[in-house]
Design a protein around this ligand. Structure first.
Ligand SMILES: [Mg+2]
Length: 254
């Protein structure tokens, strides 16, 4: 019988990284004196990233050091740090954290010997310092990232690492995790820890038939900046509120 692999998105699925609260503000403070009045440092960053996304250069849009160098070069300056170094500095207790269900959930999966991998759009050099500090790294056989795979979610090629085995992918983003997993023919599992309590009594499958499921999907996709029509490809196979629910799903497909 097939023994599916499990892959996990990292950011907002398992952990909170230091970028938004610590790394980006530090870059902003450094860049600000080189900009004109009213020019926002992070807007420069976002504009460069948007350019890469629009050019379909998905992997390059996660290469934050290259984005920093490009923006700095436009201003005729050179950063005295790398983003990789900032991430290492800020991968510290109190600045990054795990959701409380993560270690119990991953431990129970690990005791069953289920092959687990991290499948993230963050480059390994930015993710490993965080997962190392949080004690997550040992749970994963491998880290699949745009820098190792050459593709990024939601490109279906990103998920080819599990072949010839089937894959169950767990993530928080409908436009990346769920869309990519569905396009790759994997089982897609959406984690939404903010689901109202009444949904918790339903099974992860039943939640996808809740009368408000569709509107919840629409609201999340809108927050993610999705402007295209919503199709079957945007809909997860399962909806969970905790990593502890993954084992039951895995057993359904084993
Ligand atoms: Mg995520």
């Amino acid at each position: 019988m097939d023994r599916p692999w499990l892959s996990f998105d990292l950011d907002h699925t398992l952990m909170i990284n230091p970028f938004r609260r610590w790394v980006f503000p530090e870059i902003s403070s450094w860049l600000a004196p080189f900009l004109g009045p009213g020019d926002q440092p992070m807007e420069r960053f976002i504009a460069e990233r948007k350019k890469r996304l629009e050019a379909q250069q998905l992997s390059a849009s996660y290469d934050w050091d290259d984005i920093l160098l490009t923006v700095s070069a436009e201003l005729g300056v050179h950063p005295p740090f790398t983003i990789e170094k900032l991430v290492r500095q800020h991968s510290a207790t109190g600045k990054i954290w795990l959701f409380s269900d993560v270690l119990p959930g991953l431990s129970s999966l690990q005791t069953k010997g289920i092959p687990m991998v991290a499948a993230t759009n963050g480059f390994a050099k930015y993710q490993r310092p965080v997962t190392d500090h949080l004690g997550l790294t040992p749970y994963f056989k491998d880290f699949h990232t745009p820098c190792s795979v050459g593709f990024a979610k939601p490109e279906p090629q990103f998920f080819r690492f599990a072949e010839p085995y089937s894959l169950i992918h767990v993530g928080d983003r409908l436009d990346q995790d769920i869309l990519g997993a569905n396009r790759a023919g994997a089982i897609s599992v959406w984690i939404d820890r903010d689901l109202p309590a009444e949904w918790h009594e339903l099974s992860p499958k039943e939640r996808c038939f809740h009368p408000l499921f569709r509107s919840r999907v629409e609201e999340k996709l809108a927050r993610e900046g999705w402007h295209s029509p919503i199709t079957e490809e945007n809909l997860p196979n399962y909806l969970i509120v905790s990593i502890k629910e993954v084992l039951t799903i895995w057993k359904n497909h084993h």
